[in-house]
Design a binder for this molecule. Structure first.
Ligand code: UDP
Ligand code: MG
Length: 139
């Protein structure tokens, strides 16, 4: 994946609340192009693999249960400076600390149920995109 791409998920809380469309609309209005989109559901096991980097953290088991609690929308996005610009658009992990107007400030319920995922590096954006999409599933 090129370095101008990032990966996001609409997490189960935001999907269940019917906010997927509003969130994707905000993302497109911010200048990101949709490269691949998939409505799917993680199991505790696949959520555990996706978040393996956090396996030693105290919130890991709860996070895996939460991320497998309902459907998610997985999306690859493209924009110049995609990873950093997307982190700015979504805001801080804890919505209590997220800036006004950010996706997490608007839609997140808690530090765990925080509406969206955003890759933290070009390397992880490529790994995370490949976790959900084959080459044939990307435009
Ligand atoms: N998380 C949590 N408790 C914490 C920190 C994180 O439940 O104290 C969850 C939250 O859903 C977060 C995810 O674990 O989005 C991954 O954590 P990370 O630190 O990578 O935050 P992010 O990159 O998503 O902002
Ligand atoms: Mg992270």
């Amino acid at each position: 994946m090129a370095t101008n791409r990032t990966f996001t998920m609409v997490k189960p809380d935001a999907f269940a609340d019917g906010n997927s469309g509003a969130i994707l609309s905000m993302i497109e209005k911010a200048g990101f192009k949709l490269i691949a989109v998939k409505l799917t559901k993680l199991t505790a096991e696949t959520a555990g693999k996706f978040y393996a980097v956090h396996s030693e953290r105290p919130f890991y088991n709860d996070l895996c249960a939460y991320m497998s609690s309902g459907p998610i929308v997985a999306v690859i996005l493209e924009k110049e400076n995609a990873v950093a610009d997307f982190r700015t658009l979504i805001g801080a992990t804890n919505p209590a600390n997220a800036a006004e107007g950010t996706i997490r400030k608007i839609f997140a319920k808690s530090i765990e149920a925080n509406a969206v995922h955003g890759s933290d590096s070009d390397e992880n954006a490529a790994i995370e995109g490949a976790f959900f999409f084959s080459e044939l599933e990307r435009i």
